[in-house]
Design a protein around this ligand. Structure first.
Ligand code: FMN
Length: 195
């Protein structure tokens, strides 16, 4: 199987970047081919623009969006790696999703998030977060994020297997971070496919 990893962090020496590398290494260990989309290094423009609006109505998406869609077309699984920012996605990931998973290509209606125009894929979200998991659970952030992303957004993209892995305590001790890196490796090595 082919695994595409979408990395959102401007610093290639960051913990988030290390998580993406471990996920890829784990997937390769399990015999999959991998491709890393380092959105900052590649200079992806996340701003939804008039070209995207016109693309929706004309069916002719901008070139950079077409290139990302071709990359998705090759993938059987997609891993998203981005830090939790203000209990949501950083602007780069948000914009990549807004622009690339477009109406008429990813989905054509909004009544049922289980119906997508895309073929079934596996989707995994690996999200470093500064907060502790018990804090997030107690205050309702974890369930809010699960609802928005797992029950909502990623269903429309045809992710029949989809999992949110919150990597809490990402600024914690060395052993804590090593543990989180191992979780990322295991997530890559243990990817499940519907077919
Ligand atoms: C702008 C910004 C917003 C953040 N918002 C949150 C947040 O809402 N919840 C949380 O748990 N951590 C939050 N954090 C902490 C990051 O998720 C955490 O530090 C993460 O490890 C950053 O990735 P890095 O270590 O690879 O740089 C935020 C950090 C920044 C810079």
């Amino acid at each position: 199987m082919h695994v595409l990893t979408i990395l959102d962090h401007p610093d290639q020496a960051s913990f988030t970047s290390a998580i993406a590398k471990e996920f890829c290494t784990g997937a390769e260990f399990a015999g999959h081919t991998t491709e890393l989309a380092d959105l900052h290094a590649e200079g992806f423009d996340p701003r939804w623009s008039i070209a995207d609006v016109n693309g929706d109505s004309s069916g002719q998406a901008p070139e950079d969006v077409l290139a990302e869609q071709a990359r998705i077309g090759r993938a059987d699984a997609i891993g998203f790696v981005f830090p939790l920012f203000w209990w949501g996605m950083p602007a780069m990931t948000k914009g990549w999703i807004d622009r690339v998973w477009s109406w008429g290509w990813a989905y054509d209606q909004l009544e049922d998030p289980e119906i997508s125009l895309q073929r079934p894929r596996t989707g995994v979200l690996l999200v470093p977060a500064g907060a502790r998991s018990d804090e997030m659970d107690e205050l309702g952030y974890t369930s809010a994020i699960e609802t928005g992303w797992i029950n909502g957004t990623f269903g429309y993209f045809g992710f029949t297997n989809r999992e949110l892995i919150l990597l809490n305590g990402s600024k914690g001790s060395k052993s804590r971070r090593e543990n989180l890196l191992k979780r990322a490796h295991d997530a890559g090595a243990g990817l499940k496919f519907t077919r």
